[in-house]
Design a protein around this ligand. Structure first.
Ligand SMILES: NC(=O)c1ccc[n+]([C@@H]2O[C@H](COP(=O)([O-])OP(=O)(O)OC[C@H]3O[C@@H](n4cnc5c(N)ncnc54)[C@H](O)[C@@H]3O)[C@@H](O)[C@H]2O)c1
Length: 331
């Protein structure tokens, strides 16, 4: 199975997203000439398996997603005499793909790169859309740029070594994407569970492809995040606040709580039917994701006010109005 999606950033820069077997796709996508890989330590064996030269191993954590790590990768590129024709390959989760995009965009004013995301979250979200960067000054993704990968290869087979918690967290982003743009994907999530998806590459590939397709379509209409792309932030206003206050939750779990919260907000505002509200909460719970948080409300509101995505102290909410549709509103 290889189903290609793409985002045209300009006439000359097109980012292709392929969902299929990495061993089959990579040989057709890698350019002639030198290829070096930056790889997440937990999937380091993939360099051998894919026959690519290992340049740098990332110990993935938010603490390591820094300009210092980027500088270490720049140093390795210099040491290995990488030039403007060198192709950089990123293999790993969102931390690795964000770092690789940033390094590739800045080394020698930009070299070509491709990504093999190895977490569900990275396959449906982080590796797609050209946003990359590092954490700085205590803030996530504070330094970065838009730099699209030439291609992204999403192989669900690579997810077989991911822990259940990581998989469930990735499903929160899949469910988010389904709510904002694909009712059929939402139904697929309802009808399946982690076990049935993880045990069926064809079906799981279809879920990843559909989620990636929604992200591609939204990004294509708003390449630089000046309007519609904010939709992708569904559930993230509260999620970012939760993540800034506690490390108890993964990003996906925080997003799940955020999704349940905006669904309730929409229900209370008369924007969402009781049935759709219940479907959203039920599907999150079906994937064992949390739908509420026990943190002081004043601290959450204060944290939400500090989110860098808000303007002039106003909290931006993205609110669902149904399964597969939503409105953006402000408070
Ligand atoms: N650029 C974007 O548009 C965008 C969008 C969403 C998230 N992000 C970023 O993505 C990052 C989170 O990404 P993530 O959730 O993939 O986290 P991650 O990269 O930290 O990976 C999660 C964990 O899984 C491990 N891992 C990765 N692949 C594995 C595999 N196949 N088997 C076993 N273990 C594996 C990693 O070593 C790590 O311990 C955040 O930094 C976030 O800011 C970026």
């Amino acid at each position: 199975m290889c189903k290609e999606l793409k985002i045209e950033f300009s006439h000359t820069l097109v980012s292709e997203i392929h969902v299929g077997k990495v061993e089959e796709l990579l040989p057709t996508l890698l350019p002639e000439g030198r290829v070096v890989a930056v790889v997440d330590r937990n999937v380091r064996h993939l360099c051998d398996r894919l026959g690519v030269e290992e340049l740098f191993v990332v110990d993935a954590s938010e603490e390591a997603k820094t300009i210092d790590t980027a500088a270490k990768i720049w140093s390795c590129l210099v040491e290995k005499s990488a030039d403007r024709n060198t192709f950089l390959l990123g293999i790993g989760g969102g931390i690795t793909t964000d770092l690789v995009g940033f390094v590739a965009a800045t080394y020698m004013r930009g070299i070509r790169f491709g990504l093999v995301p190895t977490t569900l979250l990275a396959q449906v979200d982080a590796a797609i859309g050209g946003k990359c960067g590092v954490n700085f000054g205590g803030y996530k993704n504070m330094i970065g740029c838009f730099a699209p990968a030439r291609w992204v290869v999403c192989d669900v087979n690579l997810l077989s070594t991911l822990g259940h918690r990581e998989l469930r967290s990735g499903m929160a982003e899949v469910i988010k994407t389904a709510i904002l743009g694909d009712a059929a994907l939402f139904a697929l999530c309802e009808q399946n569970n982690i076990e049935s998806l993880a045990g069926n590459d064809e079906l799981f590939g279809e879920v990843v492809r559909r989620a990636a397709a929604v992200k591609c379509a939204v990004v294509q209409r708003d390449l630089l995040e000046s309007g519609e792309r904010k939709k992708l932030n569904l559930g993230h206003t509260l999620a970012h606040a939760i993540e800034s206050l506690t490390r108890e939750y993964t990003h996906g779990e925080a997003v799940a709580i955020g999704l349940a919260y905006v669904a309730a907000k929409s229900l209370n505002g008369g924007l969402l039917t009781q049935n759709d509200y219940q479907r959203i909460v039920a599907v999150l719970q079906h994937y064992d994701l949390p739908t509420s948080v026990d943190l002081p409300e004043d601290e959450l509101w204060a944290a939400m006010g500090h989110d860098k995505k808000n303007k002039e102290g106003r909290i931006g909410w993205v609110l669902p109005t149904g399964i597969g549709e939503l409105v953006i509103s402000c408070q």
